[in-house]
Ligand binder design. Structure first.
Ligand code: CP
Length: 312
């Protein structure tokens, strides 16, 4: 297959075939991280800028490691250490970065649509590493990869996504990704944290977490994003944990081969209890491991790797 995309902006603009091709490519990358010397020369001479306007542990480190494992040069910039603090706009910043001829810019931004705007205004490939409440496509792709590795395929699976759906770009990207690949997504959480009309994304909604957990092959728990909430949407963390958190007691009512996921960062004892997060059902750290391979695949494909392979 020819991979013709120039940017990775959201899951809506990827077809099911393109998603499957990215996951297949990521599978071939995974083994590189198991080698004693975890580096191949594939992207030698390529330059990747990691531009993060919001905090990140997993995504930024994972993109950085992915670039280095493929021998690309990666440069990491945060808003606080850039000339943004002197008043430079996003677009001026991007144009100045582009003038230094990077091959890919990875951007995380608090404003929904910021990566799309950059993709329209610069000639460099853009990867969206999370924009506001809108999209986090590399997270959804690594989540799809992780479930596909464990379950064999995605078609027909029941995925429960539980928690603060309203503020979650991970939820939106995963709803689109899983439904495109034939899975059914059920959303659960407090009514104050599930946006009206979300069913139009192809998911069902319940306010009863026990219902969602009982039927699920995969349960994805989400953090309450207090930093994006403009008003109090729940009473206390203790009450939230009781009503909506994934506890050992709740997990006992689920399928015996259920998988537990979380994109991180985890608030232990709030949306998920420590014993569930660390249980044998949890694949949270698999998600992180697969994130490196998945992001290696994105760099490879955007740099023309599939086209070059077809030419050989
Ligand atoms: N999953 C995720 O986006 O984590 P970080 O915010 O640490 O990158």
């Amino acid at each position: 297959m020819q991979f013709a995309k120039r940017h990775i902006l959201d899951m809506a603009s990827l077809s099911a075939d393109e998603i499957a091709f990215i996951l297949d490519t990521a599978e071939t990358m995974r083994e590189i991280s198991e080698r004693p010397i975890k580096k191949v020369p594939t992207l030698r001479g390529k330059t990747i800028v990691l531009f993060f306007y919001e905090p990140s542990t997993r995504t930024r480190t994972s993109f950085d490691i992915a670039a280095k494992r493929l021998s690309a040069d990666s440069i990491s910039i945060s808003a606080s250490s850039s000339s943004i603090v002197k008043g430079e706009t996003l677009i001026d910043t991007a144009r100045n970065l582009e003038a230094m001829k990077p091959d890919v810019i990875v951007i995380r931004h608090s404003s929904s649509g910021a990566p799309h705007m950059l993709a329209d205004m610069v000639n460099t490939s853009i990867i969206n590493a999370g924009d506001g409440m809108h999209a986090h496509p590399s997270q959804a792709l690594l989540d799809l990869m992780t479930v596909r590795r464990r379950k064999g395929n995605l078609d027909g699976l029941r995925i429960a996504i539980v928690g603060d759906i309203t503020h979650s770009r991970v939820a939106r990207s995963n709803i689109i990704g899983f439904t495109k690949m034939g899975a059914h997504v059920a959303l659960a959480g407090p009514p104050t944290m599930i946006p009206k009309g979300i069913e139009s994304f192809g998911a069902s909604v319940t306010y009863n977490v026990d219902d969602a957990v009982r039927d699920a092959d995969v349960i994805m728990m989400l953090r309450i994003q207090k930093e994006r909430q403009k008003s109090f949407l729940f009473s206390t963390e203790r009450e939230y944990a009781k009503e909506y958190g994934l506890t050992k007691q709740r997990l006992e009512k689920s399928k015996p081969d259920v998988l537990i996921m979380h994109p991180g960062p985890v608030n232990r004892g709030v949306e998920i209890s420590p014993e569930v997060a660390d249980s044998s059902f949890s694949i949270i750290l698999d998600q992180v491991t697969n994130g490196v391979a998945l992001r290696m695949a994105l760099f490879y494909l955007l740099s023309g790797g599939a086209r070059n392979a077809d030419d050989n």
